[in-house]
Write a protein that binds this ligand. Structure first.
Ligand code: TXA
Ligand code: MG
Length: 338
């Protein structure tokens, strides 16, 4: 299949691909999405095929503003509008009861649907012009790190989709925060670009799904089906080292070997000369770490490193999302440095 590379002024060409049942990679503030008409079961099936995504892993619907919620969702609680008012367009996905017109393939057969209004101006224009909700998972091959540039999307999907809209590098760098509003108290299913502290500012206490910070035991099901898969994984195995930055750097120095690749905070890059090392940004700059984490994980795949050690931020602000992405890349293989 020929893949067209579209420039931001080609909104109409992008909207045409969506309207005609095709697959278009779209830029968002979080990560690139692989979009198709979310009401068209055939188009949605193509998303699963192009990514190699398990059928039971539901997609979220992207809409241009909160007035579209009632087209696709039932029993919408007032909290949904309060959140939309404060955080949309932006990196927040809400799980709500779905209406029957949302196809089963889109929701993986669930009676709920994830709704998100992304803030990238080009994608908002495409959504308005296409006039349909766009189902879009992250635009990576299933299991690989998410794509934060159009070049990442090319690596994964060139030749298998109709187009890539190049909207530049993603400003946030980790996927949206997912909150389930169909349960009381509301539950965080995936930490992401909107910090938990800001959600709680509007909602009060939010429960945190166990899959966010740890490995589920056998038989346990996460509420976001996607959280059960090994994910974001570079080809070499990853070990995450938690603890204060100085301690985790020292731990890695003491345990690394000849083929070790390192993900570290900027301040510690000098300690790892002679190794393939990718910096996450300064130890206290969690927003920069979010922007860099997927690119750092992808960079090892072109090298001959045999294992990867990663420093990990604490949970404040975007740290919770960065920690989750690193630990998932590691299959929750974690050591604690004192
Ligand atoms: O930032 C984002 O959210 C990006 C951009 C493209 O918008 N999209 C994204 O989609 O990350 P995806 O499919 O890679 O991740 C969506 C996650 C999956 O873990 C999926 O299982 C979960 O959301 N999910 C979707 N619908 C759900 C539902 N109705 N109930 C529970 N979890 C749901
Ligand atoms: Mg994904």
């Amino acid at each position: 299949m020929e893949t067209k590379l579209l420039a931001p002024e080609q909104v109409e060409a992008g909207a045409d691909i969506i309207r005609s049942g095709g697959l278009l990679a779209i830029p968002t503030e979080t990560v690139y999405g692989l979009g198709a008409n979310g009401l068209d079961p055939e188009a949605v099936r193509r998303i699963f095929a192009a990514k190699g995504r398990p059928q039971d892993n539901p997609l979220i619907l992207h809409i241009p503003d909160s007035s579209w919620l009632e087209r696709y969702c039932a029993e919408i609680p007032p909290e949904a509008y309060a959140l939309a008012e404060r955080f949309w367009p932006g990196p927040l996905t809400m799980i709500l009861k779905r209406k029957p017109l949302v196809p089963d393939v889109t929701t993986g057969g669930l009676d709920t649907v994830g709704m998100r209004c992304p803030s990238h101006p080009v994608t908002l224009a495409i959504l308005r012009s296409a006039g349909v909700p766009v189902a879009a998972p992250s635009a990576n091959i299933s299991g690989r790190p998410s794509c934060t540039t159009a070049a990442h999307v090319r690596e994964d999907l060139w030749g298998n989709i109709d187009g890539i809209m190049d909207g530049g590098p993603c400003a946030v760098g980790v996927e949206s925060t997912i909150v389930d509003l169909t349960v009381t108290p509301p539950r965080l299913l995936r930490p992401g670009g909107l910090p938990l502290e800001e959600l709680e500012d509007v909602l009060g206490p939010v429960a945190v799904d166990k899959a966010v910070t740890g490995l589920l035991s056998e038989g346990e099901q996460p509420r976001a089906p996607g959280m059960k898969y090994r994910h974001y994984a570079p080809r070499a195995p990853v070990t995450v080292v938690t603890g204060p930055p100085e301690a985790s750097a020292a731990y890695i120095e003491a345990h690394m070997g000849k083929g070790s690749g390192i993900v570290c905070f900027r301040e510690y890059l000098g300690r790892f000369s002679g190794h393939v090392a990718c910096e996450l940004g300064p130890a206290e700059d969690r927003a920069e770490q979010a922007r860099r984490v997927f690119d750092a994980l992808r960079r090892f795949d072109g090298t001959d490193v045999t294992e990867i050690w990663a420093q990990c931020p604490d949970r404040r602000g975007l740290g919770l999302a960065v920690e989750n992405r690193l630990k998932k890349a590691a299959g929750f293989h974690v050591v604690e440095a004192e």
